[in-house]
Design a protein around this ligand. Structure first.
Ligand SMILES: Nc1ncnc2c1ncn2[C@@H]1O[C@H](COP(=O)(O)OP(=O)(O)OP(=O)(O)O)[C@@H](O)[C@H]1O
Length: 256
């Protein structure tokens, strides 16, 4: 697929850089978790980050979010050369909710986007605002569902709607496909494609699901403390670096 898509409603950037990471390094105590990490994320692009457990994917996201001290540079560039920090929407690795939890999607959302106490009925305007946010992800019907009763795909949709309020410049999703069934996965991937096109935002996500990369990712970064390979899904998945990291014996032809 690998097409650079720009929508009508975003500022447009003529392909200029949105996020530029250069020579990034992160240590936790004496453990060097990331080193020499450099890559670019352009407007309207979906970049997938892959790597084994403990490769540093979540740490890289949290560093970009400004939560972890680092060496090297993280630069942002917005339309017109604006270098102020952009809004970053973040969908964390799926939190779990107690199946019996009485908190509804409306309660959860209201508490996150306003100071309205969860134990009071939401006023009409707040309900309308939440409904509008859920509509962005075609999740209008979820508003009165209990958080604990959502399927994996529905929960991801609610978290995605939350990350899109207010509309960010960059959307970061940590393993959005984990815990989502095949139908939910297809819906979520279609939605991400729709969102990046409609709102012209850049998407950076991590995944362990390699089979679907080709359907949505413009670029794939293979990470194991450092970036081992960058390219299209096909380039990365057929690379010796990928095979070595995931201990694949793919024979002479390099095919699975
Ligand atoms: N707050 C922290 N303090 C100390 N070490 C940490 C901290 N967060 C992560 N680490 C360590 O950093 C390394 C990278 O972890 P990270 O969660 O970034 O990997 P990951 O690629 O996201 O893994 P997974 O695919 O399993 O989610 C691991 O060795 C982990 O134990």
């Amino acid at each position: 697929m690998s097409v650079h898509k720009h929508g009508d409603s975003g500022p447009g950037c003529a392909g200029s850089c949105c996020l530029k990471v250069t020579d990034l390094g992160v240590n936790f105590g004496s453990e060097e978790v990331l080193h020499n990490v450099s890559f670019h994320l352009h407007c309207g692009e979906i970049v997938a980050l892959i790597g084994p457990n403990g490769a540093g994917k979540s740490s890289l996201f949290r560093t970009i979010l400004g939560q972890i001290p680092h060496t090297g540079d993280i630069e942002f560039q917005r339309a017109g050369g604006d270098r102020t920090r952009p809004l970053i929407g973040y969908v964390p690795q799926s939190p779990s909710f107690d199946r019996g939890d009485p908190v509804s999607v409306l309660d959860f959302f209201s508490a996150a986007i306003s100071k309205w106490p969860v134990f009071l009925p939401s006023p009409k305007k707040l309900r309308e605002r939440v409904a509008g946010c859920l509509a962005r992800v075609h999740g209008d019907t979820l508003i009165d569902k209990r958080m604990g009763a959502l399927s994996g795909g529905e929960l991801q949709r609610v978290l995605l709607a939350l990350a899109l309020e207010p509309l960010p410049h960059i959307l970061v999703l940590d393993e959005p496909l984990s815990g989502v069934d095949i139908d939910g996965e297809k819906q979520l991937l279609d939605m991400l494609d729709e969102i990046r096109t409609k709102y012209d935002l850049s998407i950076l996500l991590s995944t362990h699901d390699f089979a679907t990369l080709d359907q949505y990712a413009d670029k794939v970064l293979l990470l194991k403390s450092e970036i081992l390979k960058v390219g299209t899904p096909a380039e990365v998945l057929s690379s010796p670096e990928f095979q070595a990291v995931f201990h694949l014996d793919l024979g002479k032809g390099g095919r699975r």
